[in-house]
Design a protein around this ligand. Structure first.
Ligand code: ADP
Ligand code: MG
Length: 212
């Protein structure tokens, strides 16, 4: 296989340097396939099995695109469960260690509303959350997505299984149309095709087959 070092991506130095300090040297296959079109600004649908490094693929795309000087919600990452959203937020923060003053906020169900509303008032660059709770804040006017330029659906197959389709559709209604959208999934059931058609424009599809 061709060399798949992160340095060939021309990421911001704050990301490249941090990847090196984290010991991330070569890209995993899904990262090597999805990151070039993501960094190019394309909509990307990426399918690869669990544990293949999908989080860093979209997180690096989000962080590369982000303008930290503009303190507005620029990226929204939707995950099926609170546990997964917490893991994703942790990985985003780890990859963003050298980007100063970046604010990543999680918005998940099963967490008291009061403190969450307080955190929202303080603002964020990146929101990681579950569709139900994010939709709840949006519908009550507590979350402004007017400057959103990146939407990520992580574990899209599980979000659909869990019945989040309507919440996701409503969230998209609140998001600017000129955004970049990324969809990551371990499987690709027919239902994903229809949500992908509504969320994405002319997406690039990348898939890493299981080797055994
Ligand atoms: P997925 O979302 O595909 O199930 P994860 O994103 O959770 O997989 O990644 C699995 C593990 O691999 C994580 O612990 C992550 O820190 C690690 N990882 C991801 N990319 C790399 C890389 N390029 N080099 C080393 N470790 C990596
Ligand atoms: Mg994952």
């Amino acid at each position: 296989m061709s060399n798949s070092n992160f340095t060939q991506l021309n990421l911001k130095p704050a990301l490249t340097n941090n990847l090196e300090s984290l010991g991330y040297r070569s890209m995993t296959p899904i990262q090597a396939q999805s990151l070039p079109p993501i960094i190019d600004g394309k909509d990307v649908i990426a399918q690869a099995k669990t544990g293949s490094g999908k989080t860093a693929a979209f997180a690096l795309g989000v962080l590369q695109r982000l303008n930290v000087k503009r303190f507005r919600v620029q990226s929204l990452i939707l995950c099926p469960t609170r546990e997964l959203a917490d893991q994703v937020a942790k990985e985003v923060r780890r990859l963003a260690r050298q980007i100063h003053n970046i604010k990543v906020l999680t918005l998940c169900g099963g967490v008291p509303m009061g403190p969450q509303i307080g955190s929202l008032e303080h603002g964020a660059h990146i929101i990681v959350g579950t569709p139900g709770r994010v939709h709840d804040h949006l519908s009550k006017g507590r979350l402004d997505l007017s400057e959103l330029n990146m939407l990520v659906l992580d574990e899209a197959d599980r979000m659909l299984e869990m019945g989040f389709q309507d919440a996701i559709d409503d969230i998209i209604e609140h998001a600017p149309k000129t955004r970049q959208s990324l969809l990551f999934s371990a499987t690709f059931p027919p239902k994903i095709k229809s949500i992908a058609e509504r969320v994405m424009s002319n997406p690039t599809m990348v898939k890493v087959e299981a080797t055994h």
